[in-house]
Design a protein around this ligand. Sequence first.
Ligand code: FE2
Length: 213
Amino acid sequence: MLYPLLASRIALARSGFGKKLLAPASYGLISLGVHCKHTLPDLPYDYNALEPYISADIMKLHHQKHHATYINNLNIAEEKLADAVVKGDTSTIISLQPALKFNGGGHLNHSIFWEVLSPHGGGEPEGKLMEAIGSGWCWLGYDVTAKQLKIVTCVNQDPLKATTGLIPLFGIDVWEHAYYLQYKNVRPDYVKAIFHIANWKNVAERFNAAQVS
Ligand SMILES: [Fe+2]
């Protein structure tokens, strides 16, 4: 019997997922009895290409040390998994899930992170993406049931509590009317500027009240 994770990995590989985003060498494949290791994908730019926003030192450490460690640990976990599947060792298969989730997630997340940054990035999204993002609000809210903070976006003027159940603690109005006269279409500068005037005392009062509600 093929363990579901292996089956999903094979299906993912067959679907071609990731091939457009990652160099072929970076894409690992498990098939019946064959285990190709994941390898660290090259950055699509030089380590210093994102300066001054992210230094070359950070990029090098983040890529060569952190991302590479996730990949190494993912390879180790997948080897153990393949071995456990062959042996029918269900306890070991289950015990490997946190390592697969953490290191596999670290590999997938960082592979996307390198791609969604660019030395030629910035500005505003365009076309259908911009239409889909639309106008709305970004909220820091409190989930009473989970006792956790959550960051969510709401379209239009949808109020946070009525539409998500979260208690609003801090919100940023990202409708164009809130920033266009001053920041034109550079919404990120407006969002950054908001944090110079954030009233954390008020947010803390809302947080304290939410916790006893
Ligand atoms: Fe990271």
